[in-house]
Design a protein around this ligand. Sequence first.
Ligand code: HEM
Length: 279
Amino acid sequence: LDSLSGSPGPVITAPAKPDYGAVRKAIEDVLDVDGYDDGSYGPVLVRLAWHSAGTYDKASGTGGSNGATMRFAPESEHGANAGLAVARNLLEPIKAKFPWITYADLYTLAGVTAIEAMGGPTIPWAPGRSDAPDSTACPPDGRLPDASLGAAHIREIFGRMGFNDREIVALSGAHTLGRCHADRSGFLGPWTNAPTTFSNLYFQELVNNKWRKKRWSGPVQYEDKSGELMMLPTDMALIWDRKFKPVVDEYAKDEETFFKDFAAAFSKLLALGVPGQAA
Ligand code: HEM
């Protein structure tokens, strides 16, 4: 690795049989921390995995999780990635303990491990990503979705990665986890009352709760009657669009199908552009 970048750093020899199970265990051990958000770093690790992969452009083969380019500016400073230093820094001691794993494999494995630890489905994941030596391969800003826009934008962004309507709705179900932070995205609040458990609750809330525009000085977002739960404009687009809506209805009623579809779509997302893992 170091000989490639030309620096005379320590030579890292991969073990004959890398123990990814040990890395998973180390990730599980740092997930739950009282006092951080809802008590778990799981959601922000899922967001890290998704933002590292969601820059992929099928046409040019650029972007994606291979390379772990988010370690470098300008990508680390793209607006969409605000707050993700929390997740990257959390993984540094694990990278130090297992120096043979690449950052690119670690960022994606952390998302997979977090989803499984929070009660989600098993996500097929394979190693094989390498780390870019510098910022040359950083994707341009604007490849990740803008939460203030609608269905056409969502289809354009995810279509660029190679996803269809059903996969888009399945992936969006990750918003059952975590919350929005005013100091990161400008938006505020969680989507569900169980933000550290992976479930189909996000779809149930979308369909069964009543949503209205929040009256505040922040960006347009929606809230329920309690004022405690929120939806982004892009979340609302899933029930306003006549092709997305039936899939939302289906997942709200059938968690098993959601888990199956999510596992396949998230696995595909993390494999985009990875050598030997063509989707
Ligand atoms: C959080 C937007 C799709 C996983 C967020 C936040 C925004 C956002 C604005 C709040 C960030 C913050 O303030 O901390 C969007 C948009 C999407 C999208 C516009 C597509 C139209 C996805 C997908 C996944 C995902 C596909 C994963 C499969 C998450 C998670 C969080 C989150 C887990 C919570 C992070 C935390 O609690 O720190 N998203 N997202 N999102 N997003 Fe998405």
